[in-house]
Design a protein. Structure first.
Length: 238
């Protein structure tokens, strides 16, 4: 299979993500591309378990993946989320780890390209352009995640939800509005707050006009986003 055939199979991807993947695989051999398998994994599936041996590498093509933490008192906590194009298992291989360093769960139905550990290692060690792309992606993630964790450490309950809602608006908002389809449990997992606290805060935010809530969905307009972002700018000194 050559790159042109592979890209034709991935026509469901947004153009920008397809172009990123095309550039990543631009110098990949046909034998490497032949070993890639396309697979759909349903929402809510733990497809990588922390401390499990690194056997496969997953290229996220569409959907969302959640990084889950549950070691502290058995409490589930979503500490990050990923969108295409992301490569899972690559960091462990490049850093020389034999076991996965995180637990990952599909937050939506997701499509992946999957390959074996050794196939990935051989390809990435010989393709300097792909290696540079992946190194930049890892570096940006680590910097952004560190910044987010520093902010959340000092934010109170409502401020945490403001921060998460603003991030979601920046990522998925379009035409001056954003729909947040997270359940209360998912908001709890993301914020580190109890579901009872989340319920109380969502109700107060709705009453104060920061959000709209209807049929289990949170709606944010452009004006509401600006209000929340202005508030956060005032307390984070950015």
């Amino acid at each position: 299979m050559n790159l042109q055939v592979l890209m034709a199979q991935l026509s469901f991807m947004p153009a920008e993500s397809r172009e990123y993947l095309r550039r990543m695989f631009d110098h990949a051999s046909e034998s490497f591309l032949e070993h890639l398998s396309l697979k759909k994994i349903e929402k809510g599936t733990l497809f990588i378990h922390e401390n499990a041996p690194v056997g496969k590498v997953f290229f996220l093509l569409n959907g969302r993946v959640r990084g889950m933490e549950h070691r502290v008192l058995g409490v589930r906590y979503q500490y990050t989320q990923f969108e295409p194009v992301k490569v899972f298992g690559a960091m462990e291989i490049l850093l020389g780890f034999d076991r996965y360093m995180a637990t990952l769960e599909t937050g939506t139905d997701c499509w992946f390209l999957i390959t074996g550990r050794e196939d990935y290692r051989r390809w990435i060690s010989q393709d300097i352009d792909a290696l540079l792309m992946e190194t930049r992606s890892m570096g940006r993630y680590l910097l952004e995640q560190g910044r987010k964790e520093r902010l959340l450490l000092f934010l109170e309950g409502r401020d945490r939800l403001f921060f998460l809602f603003c991030q979601e608006y920046q990522t998925t908002g379009s035409e001056g509005k954003c729909t947040i389809r997270w359940t209360r449990q998912e908001l709890s997992d993301c914020s580190g707050l109890s579901t009872r606290t989340v319920n109380r805060l969502v109700k107060s935010m709705q009453e104060d006009g920061y959000i709209e809530y209807h049929r289990g969905r949170i709606w944010i307009t452009g004006d509401q986003y600006e209000q929340m972002q202005e508030y956060l700018d005032g307390i984070t000194f950015e």
